[in-house]
Write a protein that binds this ligand. Sequence first.
Ligand code: ZN
Ligand code: FE
Ligand code: FE
Ligand code: ZN
Length: 266
Amino acid sequence: MTLPADLHMHTPLCRHATGEPVDYARHALALGLTEIGFSDHSPMPQDDFDNWRMLNRQLDEYAAKVRLAQKTFPQLAIRLALEVDYLPGHEDWIRQLATRQPWDYLIGSVHYIGDAWDIDNPAKLSEWKKREPFDVWQSYFERLTMAANSRLFEIIGHADLPKKFGIRPQQDCTPLYEKFLTAAARAGCAIELNTAGLRKECREIYPSRPLLQLAFQKNVPITFGSDAHAPEEVGMDFTDAINLALCAGYTECCRFEQRQRKLVKF
Ligand code: ZN
Ligand code: FE
Ligand code: FE
Ligand code: ZN
């Protein structure tokens, strides 16, 4: 079985990851991967927005680190990308970011469901006590649907991130998934199978099997990502992710070069 590309990994510039891109690349080669992509957390218009992303002036340094990895390991396809936070009103900022480097793809992720609550931030776990889980799911999927509709991104990141800490609503979330996936299908946007969820309290790949099955029915393509924040996490649990994808009916995933999509068998 050929391993699919790992299109989601970070660098120390985001201030909560370790290891240089060359170290991630070395690990990928040892695992037998043939393609990886860096997608570190994008800068915000204001550098003091939060403390878990690169600063504006570091964008070129980020690209240089990835290019060094490309030069060091020419036998490995290494893509240059970003994990961009989608916030309503940031569309012009994101369009501008898109022109600053020749990105291979952009991952659009929702972490913030308001201006100040990043729902996956362990330091803000107490916020969950102030809200009904279903309200969080609704706000999150509303933004995720907007992110897909914006057509700013090739991939939507960790599509059911609110489950991270294992807090789940009682209500049926299928209508929220339906709406989001219809938007993704219409926009030609892929979703990722992100194995980081297996390393969190929810102990489950993002997205869940029901969400992925719906995605397959709606013809939404997929990518694979470890969301590695350390070199040892590259390609982690990809066999689980491949099995989940196969169970949902998928046999192909996407690769990206210069924001052009190609489908490949995995
Ligand atoms: Zn991160
Ligand atoms: Fe993320
Ligand atoms: Fe990430
Ligand atoms: Zn992420």
